[in-house]
Write a protein that binds this ligand. Sequence first.
Ligand SMILES: Cc1cc2nc3c(=O)[nH]c(=O)nc-3n(C[C@H](O)[C@H](O)[C@H](O)COP(=O)(O)OP(=O)(O)OC[C@H]3O[C@@H](n4cnc5c(N)ncnc54)[C@H](O)[C@@H]3O)c2cc1C
Length: 404
Amino acid sequence: MRSAKSARRSSPANELRRKPYMKDTEDLLALRQTLVRFLDNEVPRALAAQWDRDNHFPRETFLKLAELGVLGLTIPQDFGGLGRDIVATMAVIEELASRSLALAIPYINAACYAGMNIVECGTEAQKAQILPRVVEGRMIFAYGWTEPDSGSDLASMRTRAQRVGDTVVVNGAKRFCTGAGESDYIYTLVRTGPEQERYRNLTLLLIPPNHPGVHIEGINGLGLKGFPTTDVRFDNVELPLTAIVGGEQAWNQAWPMVVGPGLDVEKLEVAAMALGVARAALEDAWSYAGERRQFGKTIGSYQSIQHKLADMKTRLHAARLVLYHAAQLANDGRPCTGETSMAKLFATEACKYIALECQTIFGAYGYVKEFAVERYVRDALGLPIIGGSSAIQRNNIYKWMKRQ
Ligand SMILES: Cc1cc2nc3c(=O)[nH]c(=O)nc-3n(C[C@H](O)[C@H](O)[C@H](O)COP(=O)(O)OP(=O)(O)OC[C@H]3O[C@@H](n4cnc5c(N)ncnc54)[C@H](O)[C@@H]3O)c2cc1C
């Protein structure tokens, strides 16, 4: 297909790659440069497009990513990690997402879901078993929280577990469980007492996806490919008591774990993905606008296109500031529930706006599979939904404002 897809002109977005955040330290810049080199060497754009097309998890490349040590950014040094650094973790997610969600999503599922959650909620035995393997890229969790009848209202979930002697028996179903078929454990939220006691009778379990009684079926979504999303059913799944996250004393005690500091960081993870996708879309649109000619001039010489680029750049910049400000608060252990909700809301909505604007700059070429912009659009449409929808973030922000 004839197109203007190869040209690259110097762009403010490329500039951002070199100096991505005004408060980036030397260490953070070095980290970003390492990742840019890794992605340029290991993940050419055509390969990223293929992983998206095939909904393929590139495990070998993920293991190479682990060799950079970046999976240890959520894990204490005692367990082989680099020590907890939320800002750096977000920078990794942003850089990976700017090239391929097939690396960014499993990175989150490993470093944050397995790493950070087990640091915060696991027993010493669970930490010793799981955390060093996360650092090596050999331990990834899927999140089994959403169910067919419970999404935003998580506490209405019905998957049930009962203690039977020295075992726990699980029955029920989870929906949109991303990466269950590729993960080592499904980090599963289950009801362990009466349904009416919504928040007091929940427990977290580690369920191996290949355990007898676990059935997994793919869900064919629009975007966010590369770590396939699934339906999971549990039929009399019998587990040892060591499967209880936090040990036996954590039975019925999961709600504080669900809404703890991990939730703030979870919102930021999605915001960081949005920033990466939006940045990639703007870079492509900038190049295309400088190359595509109509009526004897590049389309980028028309003011209507220039204004689109300027508006996108402004939102991208604002998204970057709101994200990294909230990440710094989370890193310092300061209250940040309002800031993290604003970051999730603003960055994901900005990403959707930017991807759709980029598509208009590409004209018909933004509507065909040969160009990455259609992938950015598909991914951008999912980001305001996952990890708490935009409406739920607005609810959180309003409640937080009332408490000020
Ligand atoms: C690609 C993909 C991957 C996912 N991966 C995972 C995963 O790995 N693990 C997991 O557990 N889940 C996952 N999810 C599920 C995701 O977290 C939920 O879809 C999300 O929480 C919203 O739930 P829902 O889709 O059931 O929407 P619902 O809760 O049914 O909401 C429907 C609409 O109503 C609005 N709404 C609901 N309640 C309110 C309210 N109180 N006030 C105002 N508006 C409201 C919502 O904003 C939305 O617009 C994934 C989803 C997708 C699409």
